[in-house]
Design a protein around this ligand. Structure first.
Ligand code: FPP
Length: 248
């Protein structure tokens, strides 16, 4: 029997600050350790053949953190963009960023665009980094795009359905996440991919993000493989293969 593998995994990487505090170190040390866990997680996806990975690196709400922590995170993002992109490209990773890019400094924006352009044709792993991202904002932007089409007379409001709205949200060219992982012990979605997570299997762990290793990732995959995805149908219907298609 083949064990189902998620095509797309989305992760909230929570717990960096507490990881550092437990060691009596500044929070930035936790974020640095978190960046190492990101690398290991990407390696794992490539090795296991998971086609898409989306990471919540910085939420719209994170701009409210103390300026010292924001500065440290920005330095970390810039450093990661400078160090990692060439190697990720060599390994066939396509990188993209979702979220309100205009809020980042020019140097970061430039490197984001460069990374996206360089890796645009890669197909081994679709790596999406949510940065200054909010799920409600994503849906609002999709609504705004459709409203513009209606105002310009190019779209009949009656033609707006879930498929069309979904097509204007972030990552609409990817299958929706099959598996959502949140580390750090909280049981929340925290405004991540609200539209895209509608039918996603949710998996939570107390482990803090810097300690999230490949064994734990495998445990999440094993649990995922045991889940029955019914999409609103009955078990009997699912067993007889009656679901016509998986929703986006
Ligand atoms: C949440 O932990 C984590 C963040 C807000 C930042 C995530 C950033 C990284 C993992 C580092 C680098 C990422 C990339 C893509 C290079 P928290 O600070 O909220 O932890 P806490 O809940 O323990 O305070």
């Amino acid at each position: 029997m083949t064990v189902p593998l998620p095509r797309h995994v989305a992760i909230i990487m929570d717990g960096n600050g507490r990881w550092a505090q437990q060691r009596f170190r500044p929070r930035v040390i936790g974020h640095r350790a978190g960046a190492r866990a990101v690398n290991s997680c990407i390696d794992f996806c490539i090795a296991r053949g998971i086609g898409a990975l989306t990471l919540f690196a910085f939420s719209s709400e994170n701009w409210g953190r103390p300026s010292q922590e924001i500065d440290a995170l920005m330095k970390l993002f810039l450093g990661a963009l400078e160090r990692e992109v060439a190697e990720l490209h060599r390994r066939g990773v396509r990188i993209r960023f979702i979220g309100e890019r205009s809020r980042f400094a020019e140097a970061i924006r430039q490197r984001m665009t460069n990374a996206e352009t360089l890796t645009a044709g890669n197909q081994v792993l679709q790596l999406s980094i949510a940065a200054s991202y909010g799920g409600r904002q994503d849906i609002a932007e999709a609504a705004r795009a459709l409203a513009r089409e209606v105002a310009a007379g190019r779209l009949d409001p009656e033609a707006i359905d879930e498929t069309l709205l979904g097509a204007h949200t972030a990552l609409s060219d990817l299958p929706a996440p099959d598996l959502f992982i949140r580390t750090g012990g909280d049981f929340r979605i925290s405004n991540f991919l609200l539209w895209q997570l509608a039918y996603t299997e949710l998996w939570f762990t107390q482990t803090l993000w810097p300690d999230f290793d490949q064994d734990l990732f495998q445990q999440a995959l094993d649990d995922y493989a045991r889940r029955e995805r019914r999409y609103g149908l009955t078990s009997a219907q699912v067993a007889s293969g009656q679901q016509e298609s998986t929703p986006l």
